[in-house]
Write a protein that binds this ligand. Structure first.
Ligand SMILES: CC(C)(COP(=O)(O)OP(=O)(O)OC[C@H]1O[C@@H](n2cnc3c(N)ncnc32)[C@H](O)[C@@H]1OP(=O)(O)O)[C@@H](O)C(=O)NCCC(=O)NCCS
Length: 216
């Protein structure tokens, strides 16, 4: 179905329309959305956010102002964990339902548990008995090891490697290529820099970088 052929009952709405949203539109064309849906609309502070990119989606206004309708499905297209938590909470309080987007080239173990609105990009792997919280985004080529617990609203950039039994609190951010050794616990709100290798537990809200990772 072309991107803008839909009924009002089937609105599938991007929350945010930046670069990550454009990636999610591409993955949706590969069949990544639940129930074979296609994106029909977007929310953003700018109605022109997708101009010039060749997508024909309806503009529904700013995220903060949006009142969902029954039957709407939203997909969080924002990477920043704090923004996801705030806006996701606000929209859910208004009755919003978030759809999952899982690219067909990703591998998700049958025993893994995925929360509401989880986004999994091409060639990512979620291994056995991992638990992935609501509104988590796992970008391309990242790995979530066996028994990992990944807190709600966390974001993994590309090529992140969470090894077995890692525990991640809510709202953590992992830069490109970050890796975490087995059984390490990452406190809520931590930010792990690109290329960091985390060998020891990380306190909440810490910013870590380098190898072995140290506090910024
Ligand atoms: C670690 C990080 C989260 C810190 O962000 P920040 O608090 O804004 O800090 P800054 O970027 O201002 O960096 C502060 C200092 O740490 C250094 N630094 C930051 N990140 C680093 C990293 N990953 N490795 C080594 N040094 C790093 C900077 O060079 C800077 O050094 P200086 O003060 O001598 O100039 C961020 O730098 C990072 O790595 N983000 C990941 C980005 C990413 O992968 N995005 C993917 C999106 S698709």
């Amino acid at each position: 179905m072309p991107l803008n052929e839909h009924t009002d009952q089937q609105r599938t709405i991007l929350v945010g329309a930046g670069a990550f949203a454009r990636e999610l539109i591409e993955w949706s064309l590969d069949g990544a959305l639940e129930d074979g849906r296609a994106f029909t609309a977007f929310l953003d502070s700018s109605p022109a956010a997708l101009d010039g990119f060749g997508y024909r989606l309806d503009y529904l206004g700013a995220i903060d102002d949006f009142i969902p309708r029954e039957g709407d499905r939203l997909v969080m297209a924002i990477g920043d964990p704090a923004a996801k938590a705030r806006l996701g909470g606000l929209l859910k309080a208004r009755g919003a339902r978030f759809a999952r987007l899982v690219h067909p080239s990703a591998t998700v173990a049958r025993s893994a548990l995925l929360g509401e609105g989880v986004v999994i990009c091409p060639q990512a792997v979620v291994s056995s008995h991992a638990r992935v919280g609501d509104l988590v985004a796992i970008n391309a080529l990242s790995g979530v090891g066996h028994d990992v617990v990944l807190g709600a609203c966390s974001t993994l950039s590309c090529h992140v490697d969470l090894t077995g039994r890692v525990e991640v609190g809510e709202g953590c951010f992992f830069g490109s290529g970050a890796r975490v050794l087995p059984k390490v616990a990452i406190g809520a709100g931590a930010r792990i820099g690109a290329g960091a290798t985390v060998m020891r537990n990380v306190p909440a809200n810490a910013v870590m970088y380098a190898m072995p990772a140290k506090k910024l």
